[in-house]
Design a protein around this ligand. Structure first.
Ligand SMILES: N[C@@H](CCC(=O)N[C@@H](CS)C(=O)NCC(=O)O)C(=O)O
Length: 226
């Protein structure tokens, strides 16, 4: 199977996290989203990554791909059997996926004012999931599920931002913070990004063009981080 990818895309990270958790073999092919090759434009209905290419054809949309991988392949099952619990997990997973681009927007904010405005919306997702978490270590106790893999890109990127800038999106959410710490220790999820992820991510989101980037460079006082 081939996963057509872009290096710092959270939707790709979600799919690769699922592949890794399930132990499925795959190859990655990166495409430039600024200069999309013709074969990719023909294969990807929305001209977006990720898509996966198998002998039977192409699948698109990271949620559909992830659910397909869970059903079609061996390895640990990533949803609970009980339909009610499964629907709950899907609903909480959807909240994370809806916030992938929200997080990208906050991280790209150029000024403190824009950052504060966008952050308020982003943090509401963590406020909501904080109330759904129990004792951990993961979303539903000591077994990893799809919902963990879907939240992982948000939590992992928050950790990278914190490591570079000192700003912690999760500071007000102790259960989410514990969940983040637990997920950061899962090797399979750590393999959801390429080795050069952090450098590419920092180059895009933590450059001198962004508020967080300037915070990382310490030329913005930390007290402005809120
Ligand atoms: N709903 C899609 C969203 C995928 C998406 O937004 N991918 C971005 C990269 S993170 C993309 O391909 N952008 C290129 C474009 O829209 O032209 C999914 O879940 O797979």
């Amino acid at each position: 199977m081939k996963v057509v990818s872009s290096e710092i895309c959270p939707f790709v990270q979600r799919v690769i996290g699922v592949l890794e958790l399930k132990g499925i073999d795959y190859d990655v092919e990166y495409v430039s989203l600024r200069d999309k090759p013709d074969w990719f434009l023909k294969a990807s209905p929305h001209a977006q990554v990720p898509i996966i290419i198998e002998d039977r054809g192409v699948l698109f949309e990271s949620a559909a791909i992830s659910d397909y991988l869970d059903e079609a392949y061996g390895g640990p099952k990533l949803y609970p059997d009980d339909p009610f619990n499964k629907a709950q997990h899907s609903a909480w997973a959807e909240l994370a996926a809806k916030n992938y681009l929200v997080q990208c927007g906050v991280m790209r904010a150029a000024t403190a004012e824009t950052f504060e405005q966008k952050k308020a919306k982003f943090l509401s997702a963590f406020e909501k999931v904080e109330s759904a978490l129990e004792d951990g270590p993961y979303f539903a106790g000591d077994r990893l599920f799809m919902v963990d893999a879907v939240w992982y890109p948000l939590l992992h990127r928050a950790a990278v931002v914190e490591a570079h800038s000192g700003f912690d999106f999760l500071a007000a959410f102790p259960r989410v913070k514990n969940w983040q710490r637990s997920l950061l220790r899962v090797d399979a999820l750590a393999r959801s990004v390429a080795e050069d992820f952090e450098a590419l991510f920092a180059g895009f989101y933590l450059s001198g063009e962004t508020y967080l980037g300037r915070l990382a460079g310490r030329d913005v006082p930390l007290s402005h981080a809120g």
